[in-house]
Design a protein. Structure first.
Length: 633
């Protein structure tokens, strides 16, 4: 790749001497640029165009300060003056104007070169982070109001010789449990009968400890409300003893904490789905929650980390200093953007260390302030940064490419040949496919397309994969699996996100193929002569839009020797030529027929190259994904 003086990438030019650095510049998901002292961009990478919507020539033709939100210009100009006056580096956040008139929040890091004649800068789009922070604060306030509105109830139990002899319940029990005080008087075992069956043994043991005159901690458990709903309650007990220390009475306070439990569960799901290692720490510096990425990054099982001081994740030489810094943060908790890439290190279980950047966010709870910490391994960034400084060339940045969730192995089915491939237009592509092993020995084949590109859709894709794989362990009906996955995704997705997905189920013993499709482009089954035997059209709406939607299966197809199943995404059908023509279904089927004698993987590769040739491009405009199942002749 080459970068001429106007900063516009020319794919026909010869690569420069340092091709690796140029490739990193072009492929980075972060916005990288070089600016001059005259206030104009000299070079920008394609991420600018993807995030802001301007073409590269448009960006090079205007002073960069014109793109900054008017309210942020003074702050931005002040930071740039400090850079020119000799400050080695600056970091700031500001809003940048997009071509469509909207604004994106960017986090900048910039450093001068050649006496500030040139400025190297990298920017990361943190708009979603800003939105999530606002949503989190709104959720916390809503939860606080809900707690204030909860009606609690009190009860008293008189004890004689270690046995309960009389009870009293306040009127608040009706709002919390649905039962009135007289219900408890007429049924002395109602207190345990209304407990959820899975929690009864725990509640019985708790009551025995109380009657044994033991101090106990508040207990949270489920009850079955009189109206049939399951509710969470918190039971706090205070013991009253006589002069000899014997138990004579205990008071209980029962609070409905269902809404808090739901908020906690949603929060746990957010933590678990976060792409970075996430650690939640209490006000004593003890770890109370971690996600799977933390286990992977640090090499600990989560059981080994829970209850430990957070310093266990830091190198020993930094632990005393970190304890002091944690104390300072506790006096003024605030949201802090990702930390600098200097001086921060994580320590794995095996003792190895890695450079890290950390984002902190305080969360207020009844038990005190928790700190939500996102940890990112920036080893690759450090390596790229070293290349930049050593060669004194354009700013080099490397962001870890999101790990694809695509299956690593193709299923082996007797009498069938299977292949799947996805060629993304961007590193965070929206297409996906997967193979599912079902409990009855059938094989599931999923192909889908998540709306949009970027981190949010990638998380939605990961969530979709997780739901499908989990449900396939219990259910075999494709329509039922899609309905259950949809119910979960509706709760997890935003209003502007959805997933089209076709799920097929193949019984290798009978060769029966059944499918259900949630708004996905049609798949096709070709017979041994190449004729279309069946069209697998959509049977319902995309996932994540409406709850309580049915996903009826399509007509089952009995596969015969020589048949071929083709599942594709719209990146193939909607590829366009320079004249505006669509690649379309007809061309896709022609390519498959022409190569049907080849291996399944070679058919997909031929389809991909046909799309590129048709669009006269070295890179697809949209993700190209396909799955091919061939029945042995």
């Amino acid at each position: 790749m080459a970068f001429p003086s106007d900063g516009v990438y020319d794919p026909r030019a010869e690569p420069p001497a340092d091709a690796d650095a140029s490739a990193l510049f072009m492929l980075s998901l972060d916005m990288l640029c070089i600016a001059g002292a005259d206030g104009y961009f000299k070079k920008v990478n394609p991420a600018f165009q993807r995030i802001l919507g301007y073409s590269i020539p448009e960006l090079l033709a205007r002073p960069f300060i014109e793109f900054v939100h008017p309210e942020d210009r003074e702050k931005t100009e002040e930071e740039l003056r400090r850079l020119v006056q000799g400050r080695p580096t600056i970091r700031l956040e500001n809003r940048y104007c997009c071509k469509d008139g909207s604004y994106r929040w960017l986090a900048w890091t910039a450093l001068p070169q050649d006496g500030a004649k040139r400025i190297y800068a990298v920017a990361r789009d943190i708009t979603k982070l800003k939105e999530l922070d606002g949503a989190l604060r709104e959720s916390q306030e809503r939860y606080r109001r809900l707690l204030e509105a909860v009606t609690s109830y009190r009860y008293l139990v008189e004890v004689r010789d270690g046995r309960a002899v009389a009870t009293w319940h306040s009127e608040g029990c009706l709002a919390t449990t649905g039962y009135a005080p007289e219900d408890y008087l007429s049924d002395p075992y109602l207190w345990i009968r209304m407990v959820h069956p899975d929690d009864r043994e725990t509640v019985r043991q708790h009551a025995e400890e109380v009657l044994a005159n033991q101090d106990v901690r508040p207990l949270e458990h489920r009850i079955v409300h009189r109206d049939g709903r399951t509710r969470w309650v918190r039971d706090t007990i205070v013991l009253h003893r006589d002069a000899a220390g014997g138990l004579v009475r205990y008071d209980g306070l029962v609070e409905d904490v269902t809404e808090r439990k739901l908020v906690e569960e949603r929060f746990r799901r957010v933590v678990e789905s976060a792409p970075d290692a996430t650690v939640v720490v209490d006000d004593q510096g003890k770890i109370v929650l971690v996600n799977a990425q933390t286990e992977k990054m640090f090499g600990y099982a989560r059981e080994e980390l829970l209850g430990q001081p957070v310093e266990v994740l830091a190198p020993e030489r930094f632990r005393d200093k970190h304890v002091a810094q944690r104390g300072e943060y506790a006096t003024n908790p605030r949201v802090r953007a990702m930390g600098t890439r200097t001086g921060l290190y994580g320590r794995r279980k095996d003792g190895s260390e890695f450079p890290a950047e950390i984002a902190l966010s305080p969360i207020e709870t009844d038990e005190g302030v928790l700190v939500y910490a996102s940890i990112r391994d920036v080893t690759e960034w450090k390596r790229a940064e070293a290349i930049m400084r050593e060669n004194e060339i354009q700013l080099v940045a490397a962001q870890r490419i999101q790990r694809h969730i695509l299956p690593g192995q193709t299923p082996v089915l007797s009498g069938f040949e299977v292949a799947g491939a996805s060629y993304p237009a961007e590193f965070t592509g929206g297409d996906t496919f997967d193979y599912l092993a079902m409990r009855d020995g059938s094989a599931g084949f999923a192909i889908g397309d998540v709306s949009g590109h970027g981190l949010g859709p990638a998380l939605l894709m990961a969530s979709t994969h997780a739901h499908l794989r989990s449900l396939a362990q219990t259910f075999t009906d494709a329509g039922e699996i899609l309905a259950l996955a949809n119910a979960s995704l509706v709760r997890e997705t935003g209003d502007d996100q959805f997933v089209t997905l076709l799920l097929g189920r193949l019984d290798p013993r009978t060769r029966a193929f059944v499918y259900a499709s949630a708004g996905h482009p049609a798949g096709y089954i070709l017979d041994a002569s190449g004729s279309v035997k069946a069209c697998l059209e959509s049977t319902s709406v995309p996932l994540g839009i409406w709850p309580d939607v049915d996903f009826p299966p399509g007509d089952p197809v009995m596969l015969e020797p020589g048949d071929l199943v083709l599942l594709i995404t719209d990146g193939i059908l909607e590829a366009r030529s320079p004249t505006g023509d669509y690649f379309g279904t007809g061309r896709a089927l022609e390519v498959v027929r022409a190569h049907r004698g080849q291996a399944a993987g070679e058919i997909i590769e031929a389809l991909y190259w046909a799309v590129l040739e048709f669009s006269e491009s070295r890179k697809p405009a949209d993700d190209v994904t396909a799955v091919v199942i061939k029945v042995a002749p």
